[in-house]
Design a protein. Structure first.
Length: 131
């Protein structure tokens, strides 16, 4: 419950709505980036990932990938699991849900991996390791 001070010269901050579940992950991240500037970014990220049960990291190689997941308490709950690209689609269907967030390293086939994952999970984040 929020309260408003009547004598404040500034109007009250608008209440943020939870993004629609029908938005794509990219649209949700866009809304997050452009949302209420008064809310610290870390708070916005925590709110965005509140509904996630598992956080997967994918280590991408030419002929396979290795997946490991932690829960919100940072306990390993899956993997490490080595998955060849021939079995990648089956692994997605068998393993992932809309309550999983994925991090994929930037490599030559990252966007193909992203396209295969994005419809099955909460979000896919692409990262690049600066050298």
């Amino acid at each position: 419950m929020s309260t408003m001070v009547v004598s404040s010269p500034d109007p009250p901050a608008p209440q943020r709505e939870t993004p629609s579940p029908n938005l794509s992950p990219a649209e949700r991240l866009g809304l997050l980036a452009l949302s209420d500037r008064e809310t610290p970014e870390i708070t916005q990220r925590r709110q965005f990932f509140r509904e996630v049960d598992r956080f997967f990291g994918l280590d991408v190689h030419r002929e396979y990938m290795v997946a490991t997941a932690v829960n919100q308490e940072l306990r390993v709950v899956a993997g490490p699991t080595r998955v060849t690209w021939e079995h990648f689609e089956a692994w997605i269907d068998r393993t992932l849900s809309r309550k999983d967030a994925i991090v994929v390293e930037m490599t030559t086939n990252t966007w193909q991996i992203y396209d295969r994952l994005v419809e099955h999970v909460h979000s896919v984040t692409v990262v690049h390791r600066h050298t």
